[in-house]
Design a protein around this ligand. Sequence first.
Ligand code: X2N
Ligand code: HEM
Length: 523
Amino acid sequence: MGMLSWDSLAGLAKIPLGHLVLAGMATFVVVAIVVNVLSQILFRDPNRPPVVFHWIPFFGSAISYGMDPYKFFDDNRKKFGDVYTFVLLGRKVTVALGPKGNDFVLNAKLSDVSAEDAYTHLTTPVFGNGVIYDCPNHRLMEQKKFAKSSFTVPAFRSYVPIIVEEVRKYWLKSPQFFGQDPNRASASTHLMTAMPELTIFTASRTLQGKAIRAKFDESFAELYHDLDRGFTPIHFVFPHIPIPATFRRNAAQKKVSDTYMDVIRDRRQRGDFSDFDVINAYLKDAIYKDGTRMTDREIANMQIGILMGGQHTSSATSAWALLHLGADPELQDALYREQIEVCGESLPDVTYENLQNMPLLNYTIRETLRMHPPLHSLMRKVRSDLAIEGTNYVVPKGYYVLASPGVPMMDSNYFKNPTTFQPSRWAETKNEINLDDSAEGVTISKGAKSPYLPFGAGRHRCIGEHFAYVQLGTILSMFIREFTWSLPEGRGVPKADYTSMVTLPSEPSNIIWTRRKISEKKL
Ligand code: X2N
Ligand code: HEM
């Protein structure tokens, strides 16, 4: 064999070497495809969930899942039922749909599945080491408990006027609103510019304090932008893909984390822990049950995680809510009347207590999350073979399991006319659904069989729900009082774009607003 080189072979056949290499690669691809297709047709293990047919090995169903996951889930549910497996860029992912599927994935035993194994490649380069999915689950449980200790009624009471002030400042400054002209009476606003900005300003000011908020007027905004561009499905699939976005992500993580460390040291030095923010919650209370204290670096990285998480989910939700309201002037009227009923004709600034007395406003948020839950896929990696109750299926170790709480939320078996945006539906169905299926930080809830789970369930359930309602409720109240708005001529509510980390409205995501009245007193 040593005598017979590729060169001499090619020479013998009088074929250029390059062609031979190409032919070899083409043969390999064709053989791989044929073997992949045949193995799907010929070998069907009755103890494994059925596999979604795909032509190209490794790549699998990436495109159809990635473009429209709900259509993908639905199409395959018609073929296979609630449980099936698809290939996503080298991973085997078993989908479990419906309330039972949610329960199966979200309440699986800790020894059977792991969220950190599913998410850490994406989140750790962005948030940094030692927190969230870069630590054992019992650490995450305590980190959530520390953060939750700052989400109290007195804290929320203090947040509402701060959010009001930030919204006013933003309207006056932003070219999307009254930036050039404080008396501007009408304009078109690009929501996917305005809502992320409003969200980051209000969240950073309330959750992290004045010093961090001030940095967003300077270099911090650009650094967070770099972190954002490293928090994408591409980085979920290829965490260290050598593209500029990845290098910028890594550099920004260090700088942002160092900035939080400076703020932490400064507070400690001054001994000032008076604000109701999350940094202080950690400075007062971040000692684990085993006596270990969170390091300043870990507290800093936790701040990145919390702000990033809250940022994407809340900005998407506020944008969707404003778009649906833009399509429904009567609902805007009803919400305006609710503001007056609760706060009085002169409309003094909204308070936390006021927000608790505005059912229609809260139903509007709830309905927005029903139709547009920000996270369409919640994943876990399987740690030991998992039997699925009521079937012969076993999901083997190394697979991923995927729950999609958005599927029952748009299913007519659970919600009448599921594609109609109708906040008033919640006034009627109040008691049917367990809305407060809360994990309470470390306590683990049992039932995830609710068809309405925009905040997840079980040990990984969201801790930001109440903050999100306060933030969204305050921002929406401000919009309702100041403007009426509509969608651009001839356009409805935009379709969803699933190629980002959260489900966003696709472009153009504009509303056209008119001031109710230009009041000198208020602005
Ligand atoms: C290449 C289209 O695009 O074919 F952030 F403190 C902070 C949720 C993680 C979802 C991952 C993969 C989509 C491939 C499309 C904190 C507030 C959190 C909770 C294929 C061609 C983060 C990964 C979604 C894979 C979709 C993890 C969030 N509250 N924030 N092909 O969440 O909580 C946090 C928690 C995840 C995913 C995907 C593709 C705590 C394509 C074209 C392309 N997914 N995805 N949070 N795909 N294509 C968070 C949970 C945690
Ligand atoms: C977890 C949704 C806002 C912090 C989750 C999960 C969901 C979710 C579905 C479960 C993820 C899983 O099981 O894999 C939402 C929605 C939000 C929102 C719809 C707003 C509309 C926030 C905010 C914060 C936050 C504002 C922080 C202040 C967290 C944290 C977790 C979490 C720390 C725990 C992750 C874990 O235990 O694995 N959220 N979230 N979220 N969310 Fe949120």
